[in-house]
Design a protein around this ligand. Structure first.
Ligand code: HEM
Length: 380
């Protein structure tokens, strides 16, 4: 929790947990240094992107120079222009979801909006046919979804790994088929443009292309879902903020940045030391796991005055929620676009949004804070 971060930043900002040989990093400057120093702090073979997952071959799990090749190729297709191009469709998707619930006067923000919205946007971005939305939804949900999450908690690690592998190979087959189709008849979608992206005669091979599509699904769905749910949490926590945002829409962008800082959708990132690293007066031995607490950096008082206060106008707000350095989130412009389109529409079309009294919001705690259900009422 944030109190723990605060205590650790004061007492042991670089903390070695012997049992799991994990080094925890809590301070803003230290975090930036780890994320900048890709020579000592590698993204390869870190927890989460290891055995049995296609993600280990993707940008997020690769170091330079291969990282640079992948990222440059991917950037050719994933440009700010390509993202802004989507804004019309993003608005339509948001409107469709709002239309489904507007007359009811109540909804679960997570189930009705925050979950389907980014999944539909990524499907649109990739060019997944509308008829396939159900298959796609299942995968998106399997990355994190209420029921499947519970099922997973009841199964053994072997069963979980097996389920994950089955799902990944289904996704792999699906995207290679789609890629094949688009190669034969290209369209205006990301898969088509990724398949022709070329730098110095180099292209992404089939495996790189398909894995990247799976990465987008994993990286762009759960994160943006949390951003939307967290924003609504903040708007229902502070009804005055809700009112100010309705009166002054120009306040929305800085409010979104503050939601990102204050309740980040991603709390930490992993690295592994490639060699011994001198750090904060200590030596982190080669091959140690390094757990970088971006969420703690976001509350570092050296960087953010009065860090536990939610300030919708905070400026500057150089939070670490999208990471830092060469792996800085590729999807940040898309996530921001989605939030900047959806949230004003919600506040404009749904008045007096309130949390349902006496119904506790369901939070998956553990080491990170994720809202799994947020029932609200409103007037249309
Ligand atoms: C990388 C957070 C949305 C695609 C990252 C990283 C973070 C992050 C912290 C760095 C990981 C590291 O350093 O190891 C977030 C948050 C999001 C979000 C908080 C939403 C609020 C998205 C979206 C997409 C996306 C919408 C795409 C559709 C990626 C990719 C990378 C990445 C491809 C890897 C970049 C690289 O390694 O060079 N994201 N992300 N993300 N993100 Fe996001």
């Amino acid at each position: 929790s944030f109190q723990w971060f605060d205590a650790m930043r004061r007492s042991q900002p670089v903390y070695h947990e012997e049992q799991s040989n994990t080094w925890h990093i809590f301070g803003y400057d230290d975090i930036r240094q780890v994320l900048t120093d890709t020579v000592h702090f590698s993204s390869e073979n870190v927890p989460g992107f290891s055995e049995g997952t296609f993600l280990k071959g993707t940008v997020v799990a690769k170091d330079p120079p291969y990282h640079r090749k992948l990222r440059n190729l991917v950037n050719q297709a994933f440009t700010p222009r390509a993202v802004n191009h989507l804004s019309g469709r993003v608005t339509e998707i948001a409107q469709g979801l709002l239309d489904d619930v507007r007359a009811n006067g109540k909804m679960d923000v997570v189930k009705d909006i925050a979950f389907p919205f980014p999944a539909k946007v990524i499907a649109e971005l990739l060019g997944v046919p509308a008829n396939d939305w159900d298959i796609f939804r299942r995968w998106a949900g399997a990355e994190d979804g209420g029921e499947q999450q519970q099922q997973r908690q009841q199964s053994s690690p072997e069963q979980m790994m097996k389920a994950r592998q089955t799902m990944e190979s289904q996704m792999y087959d699906y995207f290679s088929r789609l890629l094949d189709e688009r190669r034969r008849s290209p369209r205006e979608d990301l898969i088509s443009s990724l398949s022709v992206a070329e730098i110095d005669g180099e292209r992404l091979n089939e495996n790189e292309l398909v894995s990247f599509c799976i990465l987008l699904l994993a990286a762009g769905q759960e994160t943006t879902k949390n951003l939307i749910a967290n924003a609504l949490y903040c708007f229902t926590e502070d009804l005055d903020l809700q009112q100010r945002l309705r009166q002054d829409p120009a306040l929305m962008p800085s409010t979104i940045e503050e939601v990102l800082r204050y309740l980040p959708p991603v709390w930490f990132t992993f690295r592994r030391t490639a060699s011994d690293a001198e750090f904060g007066g200590q030596t982190i031995p080669a091959n140690s796991i390094v757990l970088v607490w971006n969420a703690s950096g976001n509350r570092d008082p050296e960087q953010f005055p009065n860090p536990d206060h939610f300030d919708a106008r905070r400026e500057p707000n150089r939070h670490l929620t999208f990471g830092h350095g060469i792996h800085f989130c590729i999807g940040a412009p898309l996530a921001r676009l989605e939030a900047r389109i959806l949230l004003p529409m919600m506040l404009e079309q749904l008045k007096d949004i309130r949390r349902v009294p006496d119904v506790p919001i369901v939070v998956r705690a553990g080491i990170v804070y994720v809202i799994q259900s947020l029932p609200i009422t409103f007037t249309a």
